[in-house]
Ligand binder design. Structure first.
Ligand code: VTB
Length: 333
């Protein structure tokens, strides 16, 4: 008979090792995408990242299932939702991937493209369809409910300023630069707040709220991809903060598709704990240099990468700058 306490113990150790193992996965994806940086070939750079990520995931000692991936089986032959990954000799885990978050940023060699992944115990990550998601996020240290997804932006900025003990003029909101955000932007400005806009990359956008002193961002607002929402929730679960989200299921087809994925309440408001229901790991490696991470640097025979990896059970955040030598020789890239 197995001793339950030993099982628990070894699970914890294994998981701790996995937090380093997943760094290799995002590193390889980032390096592969970065080789096509600035070439205007969005699909090719994404494919390169997907191939590398899949290859590395399959080496990990896990029995993994992709729950947030590149799409359904028929439209995405690799890292599709439901695909099994890992060498099967390890814990059952859910995996969320965005091998190249910001394909346009990579194609245009603009700041902020990353390769990212989250891992959690099996059955604990939200199986989100590839639809839009309304999001609001703030960093740690605020009373619960200080902002509200359904409140006007103006009210949220005023409440956040009050809770932070600053004037609304000192609050900065980050949003994707999209016409659909015109009202939100107007609301932030009406309250006196400052607006910062990004063209893509709202996983990093949400993460910025966790460290306002460094990032200058207090709140993330607006509608972006649902898969990116779950990845960001995993990161915030590790580093603290609040997030409220709702899937945009505005057509019959989308409602049906999400129902098949187990989403019964189309208007449900998700908090971090609903999207990531247990212990999780999150990693991201920079492809192009952005506010959060340095991009891949090709320097003679050495390839440099920068990765952030987080673990929710301990809240540890590691910044890993790696020098890779002879990737080709070992057929690792
Ligand atoms: C965001 C952002 C992504 O898509 O989720 C955004 O994080 C939302 O979709 O990097 P639209 O571009 O349709 O507005 C990306 O920009 C691209 O996947």
């Amino acid at each position: 008979m197995t001793n339950p306490s030993i099982t628990v113990q070894s699970d914890l150790v294994l998981e701790r090792i996995l937090s380093i193992e997943i760094v290799r996965v995002t590193e390889r994806a980032a390096v592969s995408a970065a080789r096509l940086r600035g070439h205007g070939r969005e699909k090719d750079s994404d494919q390169a990242a997907v191939d590398a990520m899949r290859r590395e995931l399959n080496k990990l000692p896990i029995d993994g299932t992709v729950v947030i991936g590149e799409g359904e089986l028929d439209e995405a032959p690799m890292l599709y939702i439901g695909e099994k990954v890992g060498n099967k000799h390890g814990p059952r885990v859910d995996i969320a991937v965005d091998p190249l978050e910001g394909t346009t940023l990579c194609a245009k060699n603009m700041p902020g493209a990353i390769a990212t992944l989250a891992m959690a115990e099996a059955g604990t990550l939200l199986h989100a369809p590839d639809v839009y998601m309304e999001k609001i996020a703030i960093g740690p240290g605020y009373p619960k409910g200080v902002v509200d997804l359904d409140a006007p932006a103006e009210e949220n900025i005023l409440n956040l300023a009050k809770a932070k003990g600053v004037r609304p003029q000192e609050i900065t909101a980050l949003l994707l630069d999209r016409p659909r955000h015109a009202d939100l932007i107007a609301g932030v400005r009406k309250a006196g707040g400052s607006v910062a806009l990004i063209s893509d990359g709202d996983v990093a956008g949400v993460i910025h709220t966790a460290d306002p002193e460094h990032s200058g961002i207090d709140i993330y607002l607006g509608t972006g991809g649902a898969p990116e929402g779950v990845l960001a929730a995993a990161a915030l679960r590790c580093i603290g903060g609040q997030m409220q989200c709702r899937l945009v299921l505005d057509t019959e087809e989308r409602r049906e598709r999400s129902l098949k994925m187990g989403i019964k309440d189309a208007r449900k408001r998700y908090e971090i704990e609903d999207m990531v229901r247990g212990d999780c790991l999150f990693a991201a490696t920079g492809v192009t240099t952005g506010a959060m991470l340095k991009g891949v640097r090709f320097r003679g025979d050495i390839i440099e990468t920068e990765t952030v990896v987080m673990r929710s059970i301990t809240g540890t955040v590691r910044w890993i700058r790696a020098e890779h030598r002879q990737l080709e020789k070992f057929h690792l890239d």
